[in-house]
Design a protein around this ligand. Structure first.
Ligand SMILES: [Zn+2]
Length: 125
């Protein structure tokens, strides 16, 4: 997995977009939780984890189990050359830019890559 698609990852240009969470809809992401031992809803923490060692960069978006807060890192890019990541995007990762985090959380291609399951929830469910 590389960062080649980094600038194409925002939901407006996704090939398989999930509607933005407007109008009372939101996306519930489900995953088998290592803490609970069963499938749970995971919540976008709005935080990134960046691991840069000079030659390569790994970036994850951190989700947390709604029940036990067990963390689950969704890969944004792995072993990617720092120069391949647009500077503003890299800065957004480092500053835990919430808008960027939420944009990834609505990106079907990103969720699919991480084998996440999701569904749309309407209203206050
Ligand atoms: Zn859990």
């Amino acid at each position: 997995m590389s960062c080649k698609k980094a600038d194409a990852v925002l939901p407006t240009v996704s090939s398989d977009p999930v509607p933005p969470s407007a109008g009372g809809e939101r996306i519930a992401v489900c995953h088998r939780c290592g803490g609970c031992g069963k499938k749970q809803e995971f919540v976008n923490s709005g935080k990134f984890r960046v691991n840069a060692n000079g030659k390569s960069v790994d970036v994850w978006l951190i989700y947390r189990c709604k029940k036990c807060k067990h963390s689950w890192n969704l890969t944004i890019c792995e072993r990617t050359k720092p120069g391949k990541i647009p500077r503003e995007l890299f800065q957004a990762f480092q500053e835990n830019d919430e808008e960027t985090a939420m944009a990834y959380g609505r990106d079907a291609a990103f969720l699919k890559r991480n084998h996440a399951e999701w569904r749309l929830i309407r209203g206050d469910q």
